[in-house]
Design a protein around this ligand. Sequence first.
Ligand code: TA6
Length: 301
Amino acid sequence: MQSIASLNEQYGIDNRIRFQAGPGQFPMAGLANQFGSAVVSVYGGHVLTYQPTDHAPVLWVSDQAQYEQGKAIRGGIPVIWPWFGAHPTDANKPTHGFARKQLWEVVGSRSDGITTAVTLALAPTPFSAEMWSHPFQLELTVTLGAVLDVALKAINLDDNPVTLSAALHSYFTVSDIGQVLIAGLDGARYLDQLDGMVEKTQDGPVMFSAEVDRIYLDTVNRSAEIVDPSLQRAIRVSGRGSNSTVIWNPWTDKAARMADFGNDEFRQMVCVETANADADAVTLDPEASHELATIIEVEPL
Ligand code: TA6
């Protein structure tokens, strides 16, 4: 693992990027500029916080979150790769792939008068090789500007094509899940993960009075907007290289079943994920690359 001293020497930028020990003693990069601040953990290549200037924190992290090797951090923006949900053929492999349970390496940083960015990379490890035999390179670039832009670039280093699904599984802070709605998906087809993956059509905004777990398909030209009157803001989530949008709130029963999720915390969060899931999985030819990004923008109401 890269030391804090070496990270600051090689990638620190005065008043813009500084590394320190974060939760679990994993190094984390603190980004700050005139637009706000963000924190990225080396563990999982995981964006933990984002706070635009003059706004409340945007990303949600559970008070019960665990920061331990081999476990996923509950909140922020988990990197879901190279499969979304259950492994396509092997139920013994972890849900949502392995990238979020690995130590990444900082490989770049930059700051100009407009944006500040840090790049982390993940290459195959003995842990990943047990689950995924294909050589790959992953790069995550987090760019702080007027919006937060998080881009995951996957390169297929195998001699054969590979098919993969992925998500930037963002957890957002809301005033109360019963008081918010998600606009922008009206008329979109979705797979209902709570009803046998039956395909349905969204009618109006998404509202919450029970668990919601949906994969919206063909959303490449849509953005989803979390409208939160109590916080007097809307959070617009748009994507690049993303054909799916996943919306999830666990509600009471599923929240109670998760050890790293407080029983009542579901009221203060919602997941809006840019993804390529299920039928939107991506096939990469040898040496080909694909970028999946999420762009997060806060607008006052
Ligand atoms: O993205 C929604 C989802 O697939 C839900 O089904 C729920 O399982 C959530 O991801 C969290 O998954 P995790 O493996 O992080 O507990």
